[in-house]
Design a protein around this ligand. Sequence first.
Ligand code: 5RP
Length: 219
Amino acid sequence: MTQDEMKQAVAKAAIDYIEAGTIVGVGTGSTANFFIDELAKIKGKIEGTVASSIASADRLKGHGIPVFDLNSVSEIAVYVDGADESNKHLHLIKGGGGALTREKIVAAASSKFVCIADESKLVDRLGKFPLPVEVIPMAQSLVAREIIKKIGGQPKLREGFTTDNGNIILDIHGLDIIDPVKTEEILNDITGVVTNGLFAMKPATVLLLGCQDGVKTID
Ligand code: 5RP
């Protein structure tokens, strides 16, 4: 199986977690795009969606799937999204596509987080993938200094990129994250940080991992 075939397989498997008449939280990225395309096939069964990015909202609308504003919705049954890295505890690094803040918001509003990824994303320890941090632009230098002081690594500006919220991203290279919950807390406490890409305080509920021999469920 190619990487895309594995992504497609997990996107298909995630459909089993969707209950009729509910609102579905939808993530961002190439794996989430496969999921959106699968969701289109059962669109009559769901009430609608809440999207974690403008790009995903556009793709959903393109399929004729209703997209609601989070403020008009009281309950999201399931959030489905990809990840850049996951450990076996389902702590994740997300934000490779820069949508981490809205992803964390929609995940927080959802009862269940079904993470879908190909096998390359499962790691023993998080941190090889540069950890994205969304930052208020005027705080860029301050936040970079604080990151180095508090957790180490090399924060680098994601050049030419602005988030859907009008902010910048610092990608922290060279980390070896021994305690993802603690690291998430430390980064959250830095003034000027909007969100960091660690999803450890509230990890995924289940990971559907696309492997050569099929979809593995880790929970
Ligand atoms: C976007 C994300 C994505 O879920 C993550 O980057 C994985 O993307 P892909 O499915 O394309 O590998 O967090 O902000």
